[in-house]
Design a binder for this molecule. Structure first.
Ligand code: NAD
Length: 293
C-alpha cells in the first residue's frame, strides 16, 4: 500500500529479508527516507538487535506486509561462490508471492557475482508479477583493528552513488522512486553491470591494501617509515587515503570473500594475474602480520 509520507515522498511498505549488518543499516536508511520497514530473519538473535521496529521470523508475514523486498542474506566463498542462502530465500518467496497474488518488487542487495541474478534468480521468478532489480551495497564497516578514523565509514547516508541494475526501465524506476528523498546520485545500469560494479569496487580496495602492504615490506627492508610515505602519497587525490592504511592483511566480512569469488569467476574465463597477486600478498600478510578486521 503506497501513501504520501512527510515532504510529499511516496511511502512504500518494505521488507528486509536478512536483517544482519547490511539489512539493519539499509532498513534504517529506508525508514529515514519515510518508508514503512519490516525486518525478517531466520535468526532470532539478529532480530533481537533491532529495537522499536517491526520484526518477524515469518517470511510470509514479511511479504504480506510489504510490496518491496530488499534481499540482504549472506553470500560466502566456500571453495566457490556460495549463493545457497540467496537461492533458498528466493525459492521460498516464489511460493509465497504466488499465493499473495499482487505485484512485488524484489531488490537484490546481497553481493552476487555478475550473471547470478539473470542466470539463477530471474528464472525462478518467471511467471510471477514481480519486478527484479540489483542494488549493490557499498557500506564499509570500520573496526579499531585497522582504524578509528570514522571518515572511512561509509553507509547509505554518505554513499557516493546508488547503483540500480534492471532489465527494464520501469523496474529501475520503481527502485529509484524509493530513493527519491535521498541526495545520493542514482545511476541506472543493466543487471550484470550493477553486479560487477560491487566486485570492481571491492577488489580495487583490496588491491590498494595489498599494494601498500608490499610497499610497507620494502620500506622495512630499506629502514624507511612507510607510514610517512603513505601519508604523503595519500595527499594526492588520485591516490586517496583508504588503501594507504597498511601493515596488516585485509579481513572483515567482504574483501577476502569477494576477491576470491571474483578470482574463481575470472579463472573460468582467463588468467586473473593481478587479482591472484592481490590475494597471494594478503595470504602472506595474514601469516606474518595478522589481519585487520
Ligand atoms: N557487511 C558489509 O559491510 C557489507 C557491505 C556490502 C555488501 N555486503 C553484502 O551484503 C550481504 C549481507 O551481508 P551482511 O554483512 O549483512 O551479513 P550478516 O551475516 O551480517 O547478515 C546476514 C543475515 O541474514 C540472515 N540469513 C541467513 N540466511 C537467511 C535466510 N535463508 N533467510 C533469511 N535470513 C537469512 C542471517 O541470520 C543474518 O542475520 C552479503 O552478500 C555481503 O557480501 C556486506
Amino acid at each position: 500500500m503506497q501513501s504520501l509520507a512527510k515532504g510529499g515522498v511516496l511511502m512504500s511498505s518494505i521488507s528486509i529479508i536478512g536483517s544482519g549488518a547490511v539489512g539493519q543499516s539499509h532498513g534504517e536508511y529506508l525508514t529515514t527516507l519515510g518508508h514503512d520497514v519490516i525486518y525478517y530473519d531466520i535468526s532470532v538473535e539478529s532480530l533481537s538487535k533491532i529495537q522499536n521496529r517491526q520484526t518477524t521470523v515469518s517470511l510470509e508475514q514479511a511479504l504480506i506486509k510489504s510490496e518491496v523486498s530488499f534481499i540482504c542474506v549472506p553470500t560466502a566463498f566456500k571453495k566457490e561462490f556460495d549463493k545457497s542462502a540467496l537461492l533458498d530465500v528466493i525459492n521460498q518467496m516464489v511460493h509465497l508471492l504466488e499465493k499473495k497474488g499482487h505485484h512485488h518488487l524484489v531488490v537484490i542487495k546481497s553481493t552476487v557475482l555478475p550473471g547470478t541474478t539473470e542466470k539463477d534468480i530471474q528464472p525462478l521468478l518467471k511467471g510471477l508479477d514481480v519486478s527484479l532489480c540489483v542494488n549493490p551495497e557499498f557500506m564499509t564497516e570500520i573496526s579499531q583493528s585497522w582504524t578509528n578514523d570514522r571518515s572511512y565509514q561509509i553507509s547509505a547516508y554518505n554513499e557516493a552513488r546508488i547503483v540500480i541494475g534492471s532489465s527494464n526501465k520501469e523496474a529501475g524506476d520503481e527502485v529509484a522512486k524509493l530513493y527519491s528523498a535521498s541526495k545520493v546520485p542514482i545511476i541506472h545500469t543493466d543487471i550484470k553491470t550493477a553486479e560487477m560494479c560491487k566486485y570492481a569496487a571491492n577488489c580495487n580496495l583490496a588491491m590498494k591494501i595489498s599494494y601498500w602492504n608490499e610497499i610497507h615490506l620494502l620500506c622495512v627492508k630499506l629502514d624507511i617509515d612507510s607510514n610517512i610515505v603513505a601519508k604523503i602519497a595519500a595527499m594526492d587525490p588520485r591516490i586517496g587515503a583508504y588503501g594507504t592504511v597498511h601493515g596488516k592483511a585485509f579481513g572483515g566480512k567482504c574483501l577476502p570473500k569477494d576477491l576470491k569469488s571474483l578470482i574463481s569467476l575470472a579463472e573460468s574465463l582467463g588468467e586473473p594475474e593481478l587479482l591472484r597477486a592481490v590475494d597471494a600478498i594478503n595470504e602472506k600478510m595474514k601469516k606474518s602480520h595478522g589481519v585487520r578486521e
